[in-house]
Design a protein around this ligand. Sequence first.
Ligand code: IN0
Length: 419
Amino acid sequence: MQAFAASITKPSELHALYKYKFAPKSPSAQRLKQSLAQDALKKRCYEFLNMTSRSFAAVIQELDEELRDAVCLFYLVLRGLDTIEDDMSLDLDRKVELLRSFDQVIYQKGWTFTENGPNEKDRELLVHFDVVIDEFLRLKPEYQKVIANITKLMGDGMADYASGEHRENTAIATIKDFDLYCHYVAGLVGYGLSDLFAASGLESKEIANDKALSDSMGLFLQKTNIIRDYREDLDDGRQFWPKEIWGKYVEKFSDLTKPEYKDKAQACLSDMVLNVLDDVPQVLTYLSKLKNQSVFNFCAIPQVMAISTLALVFNNLDIYHRNIKIRKGEAVKLITNSTDMDNVVSIFREYIFVISRKNEATDPNFMKISMAIGRIEQWIAANYKPSQKALQKAQQPSVLLPILLGLLGVLIMTYFKDA
Ligand code: IN0
């Protein structure tokens, strides 16, 4: 109900919410439900998935059957690893040992973990991790290998950061360290997913060969989250923004919340957004290479959510004080519209336009942001050939035209009547 109220002035969002709420279960969701009814173990895994991430769980469940379980298990394994990395109450040596050996843990039948702090949000997942392991071991060996390989690379990367490498005290210092951290926790997810897509035969091998493109897919999501979550992370004692950026504007990271540094905070935020905008052309290139419909939806949905979040946070000082999120109605509209490249490019253009309107000439990053936007527009013009459908849509006469002609007629008539 709250979601409907938030979108009250946006008819298209209300329509999307209404359709979403009353839509019948999709054929693939129905088939999954039937197969889970006969498989208690797998059912538990999908319950864990729904517990950890509601909306993204629905997107995974829409994947073609060949990939669905592999991606579900990949997600749960990564979530397990993340729950260890995240827990500030774990002893550091123990944490590092677990992170470095997690790729072996997933082959140990019966392994469970009860050492997480009571407030760790996905504690339950690790308490029952034996269920995830059993299901992981039922995947095709090719899929198991991809998941284990990424788990090793990510676990080692996280362990390096946890034990203070690439850091200054507890913070991320340089933009290079920031990129490397985001590569470990998100870019590698891109590598793994592309390997799974290629192994399934639903996508070509080429998608897995271009590592930079897969990396960008993860970086764009992760960096956008890091900007959005400034306040939450600060309150939890975490700091992911690189000092090389925020240090240009304030002495202390928490100064960004202070009213006297308002202008500095605004400039710092646009510097961070600028850093993320660089990934957009690569994201669009990756998406344009996908062939399978279910893989396309799965990949496109988080990316359009990210660009809309980026437009929302840009020049929005609220991020320094509270959690901000796109409206549910907007999210649902994006989910239902991300079905092909025409729509995805239009959505990106729409939000890039929002960013360019919010870009202020007094901002020290104004020119650089304008240039980054220009590069994105250039990419679209050079690489993107709109389909017949998009061209027809563009050629349809606008509803405004008859209204304007009518108004013109009334004006002319009034003029001659008075003359
Ligand atoms: C993801 C990514 C994800 C999906 C599809 C293709 C990808 C290609 C490269 C890298 C990541 C890709 O998507 C999820 C989306 C998600 O979880 N959304 C949250 C909302 C939110 O605000 O966090 C939700 O609850 O719906 C994602 O963010 N990550 C992720 C994790 C595992 C897998 Cl298998 C896929 C996390 C991260 C760190 C960005 C990679």
